[in-house]
Design a protein around this ligand. Structure first.
Ligand code: CA
Ligand code: CA
Ligand code: CA
Ligand code: CA
Ligand code: CA
Length: 338
């Protein structure tokens, strides 16, 4: 009987996962400067005045952070240290202006890297008030509370520490930070993403799955399990990058890198994050396939004919022509099979 139930469960799981959506990259970025496993995590800056001039901001975790245009060409590279994860929020109030703020978890000195995007040059400019020392950083992401309008930086360590830092104008046009929350999880996390409108903080726990916390500083350390690795879930460890594709203020998709199988899992953003589909980034358009992705990002925005329904950027472990890089995928190619 138990065997029958197990067989039925396995068949159900195989059936649910039998259709893997396959998409090819539209283009790829200039390789990162460092050799080996160095490219790690991307963010996407939207240029609202001219969407075609939007950028990818992405890390080389051994050396620094780069900026790339939508054809993948490198525009800037800053040798600022071992920046592992990067995230961005538009519209941060700084010295009477609204700036687009970028944060990175810098493993050199365990600090918080803070930049603004210069909209004219599209380059990153450092705006940290003073060095902010955090737990030895690994994964990180940002959160803008819809409740209070406050901006936050989440950072975690290999030992499972999680810290939440509020970001604010120091009164002199620089960005300062104060720690407002910290807790521990009993395993190694890394990838994370916050849902600004719904107030959630999702954490990828590498060997275990995706855990969902409240994103407000008072939320405590209770969590629910969105999905797990192994037979009772859809993920193959390590669970890596997480990103959100918004279709409205409360609906859309959560996307996760299921690194051990070189695939991505899509869940509903709303409700209990029901499993939707898996996809894979295969070779095509003269570009090699994507395997073993660490960080990823996705944005729902019309960037023009190549990315009319948004852009997904994924780190690629093995680039056919040299050092690691990032691949750009049109969300439309995924959405037409959802
Ligand atoms: Ca890697
Ligand atoms: Ca990121
Ligand atoms: Ca990892
Ligand atoms: Ca590849
Ligand atoms: Ca390539």
């Amino acid at each position: 009987m138990a065997l029958l139930i197990l067989a039925g469960f396995a068949a159900g799981k195989l059936w649910r996962e039998s259709t893997i959506i396959k998409v090819a990259p539209v283009c790829e970025t200039t390789p990162v400067p460092s050799r080996g496993d160095a490219a790690d995590d991307p963010a996407i800056w939207i240029n609202r005045e001219n969407p075609a001039l939007s950028t990818i901001i992405a890390t080389d975790k051994d050396l620094g952070i780069g900026v790339y245009d939508l054809s993948g060409k490198e525009l800037q590279f800053r040798r600022d240290g071992e920046i592992n994860n990067v995230d961005l929020r538009h519209g941060f109030p700084l010295a009477g202006r609204m700036v687009d703020l970028v944060t990175g978890s810098n493993q050199s000195g365990n600090t918080l890297a803070i930049y603004q995007v210069n909209p004219a040059t599209r380059e990153l400019e450092e705006v940290a008030a003073e060095p902010v020392t955090t737990c030895p950083p690994y994964g990180s992401c940002m959160y803008r509370s819809a409740l209070t309008g406050k901006f936050y930086y989440f950072v975690n360590s290999r030992k499972g520490e999680v810290e939440q830092w509020e970001l604010f104008d120091n009164g002199a046009g620089r960005v300062a930070a104060r720690r407002v929350r910290h807790f521990k999880v009993g395993a190694r996390p890394e990838g994370c993403v916050a849902d600004d409108e719904l107030g959630y903080f999702y954490l990828a726990v590498e060997k275990k799955g995706i855990w969902k916390f409240g994103a407000e500083p008072e939320a405590g350390d209770d969590y629910t399990v969105v999905d797990r690795t192994g037979w009772f879930g859809h993920l193959v460890p390590d669970v890596e990058g997480l990103a959100l594709y918004r279709t409205s203020n409360s609906t859309g998709y959560l996307v996760a890198s299921s690194q051990g199988e070189s695939k991505y899992v899509i869940y509903r953003r709303e409700g209990d994050n029901e499993f939707v589909a898996k996809f894979q980034i295969i070779a095509g358009n003269g570009i090699d396939a994507v395997t073993h992705t660490d960080g990823l990002e996705v944005v729902n925005f019309d960037f023009g004919p190549a990315f009319p329904e948004g852009l997904l950027v994924a780190q690629d472990d093995k680039n056919d022509k040299g050092r690691q890089n990032f691949k750009l995928v049109s969300w439309q190619a995924i959405a037409e099979d959802l």
